[in-house]
Design a protein around this ligand. Sequence first.
Ligand code: GSH
Length: 213
Amino acid sequence: MLTVWGRKSSSNVQALMWCVGELGLAYERIDAGFTYGVNDTPEFLAMNPNGTVPVLREDDGEPLWETGAILRYLATQYGDDAFWPKDARRRARIDMWTEWAKINIALNFTGPVFWRVVRTAAALRNEAAIRAAIATLGAKLDIAEAQLGRHRFLAGDNLTLADIQFGHVLYRYFDIDIQRPAHPRLQRYYQNLTERPAFQEHVMVSYEELRVL
Ligand SMILES: N[C@@H](CCC(=O)N[C@@H](CS)C(=O)NCC(=O)O)C(=O)O
């Protein structure tokens, strides 16, 4: 049994929970972070000295933090060979896109775009910085657009860990009030993700509690 600490509105928790859902694993989730607190308690800091969510603990195992590491653990322990291949070379190709998505998409979206649009008061919003950040992100999404012309999913023709690191960002990307460059294949890929029950449950989650007016 997995225990996950982290609020539903955290993008990293969403990636983790989507993966848990796709793998069909039993879990308990404890709200933590932001207004829910918990992550500043001595007990939590003993599990994760960074005070960040998510944290995962399995039965009596040691706690794990860093979303990318947790995702790789779950994929290795529970994923099938299509989701996370045992063969090192095939796995590395998927890991390449997984890492790429975290660094180029999640990190270029969450702080530079999402925080500036949703977590910044309207009066303080820097429209020029937002436009520049969308352009930087858009150039990376061009790479995904090309890749999605070759494959149904980011790293091939089935869902892999790369899609978890990539796709969890797209709900917010397509939902927030911004001008987006045209990426028709990306749009179609995202529409397909929205039909997945685990994506609906864990990623298509309201972010209104984060909004600064
Ligand atoms: N590198 C860490 C970053 C974790 C992180 O920054 N989590 C955010 C939520 S997405 C957090 O804990 N924020 C503080 C809070 O929610 O109180 C990871 O990938 O897990």
